[in-house]
Design a protein around this ligand. Sequence first.
Ligand code: ATP
Length: 230
Amino acid sequence: MSTTHSTASSMAMTGPMGIFGGTFDPIHYGHLRTAFELLDTLRLPEMRFVPAGNPPHRAGVTASNEVRLQMVRAATAGQSRFTVDDRELRKAGPSYSVETLADLRAEYPTRPLCFIIGMDAFLGLPRWHQWRNLLNLAHLVVAHRPGWRAPTLGPLGELLVDRGTGSVTDLHESLAGKIYIHAVTQLEISSTDVRALIAAGRDPRYLMPEDVRHILMESGCYARKEATPE
Ligand code: ATP
């Protein structure tokens, strides 16, 4: 495993680990604010950002793995409890969250794991590989996003009745299996919109840390591709 800011300190060796997966194509303040508020609310000693390599349930990514990793590292550098784990980027083939969580569970057998996902991602959970197994490995922490509602019906509605908790202590006292929904400050930023804005020739300033903006502008990864002359 290769993590940065691995000094997330000895404190990080106890207490629940937050795991924030995403394509981060690019990372923006919606991700960072969510991660920061959850550190605080859930009393997490560590929030680990895990950029996805080859997400199976969505279309391909735009920026290279290298640039996305560079952006995530730059974005998280100022917060000692944020760490970055590049295991999914180093893996060939699709990256399934359930496999990443199984690896982390094996590495940290006595530590609660809190897998963070947005409400939009939670609603699509039944399409994920071995989705029911996720809760054997980790708690799910669902961050409210603008415009999305928690399900009350169907398999996810039932799961919430069964596994839902409003208690942070529950997340500290068991290793896995609970679902905690938390409303974070609503910042209506999405990577899709950021990419579209840049492709339209506009400036993404103030949607993400300046260091991230510099990396993506320099790499030209989201710039509009000129049509090839006939
Ligand atoms: P895209 O627009 O490319 O789908 P995204 O902005 O949703 O990207 P991802 O990297 O796919 O970003 O998201 C990683 C995780 O962060 C997901 O669980 C997603 O729900 C959550 N997330 C993304 N944007 C926000 C936001 N503005 N507020 C809260 N959570 C967010």
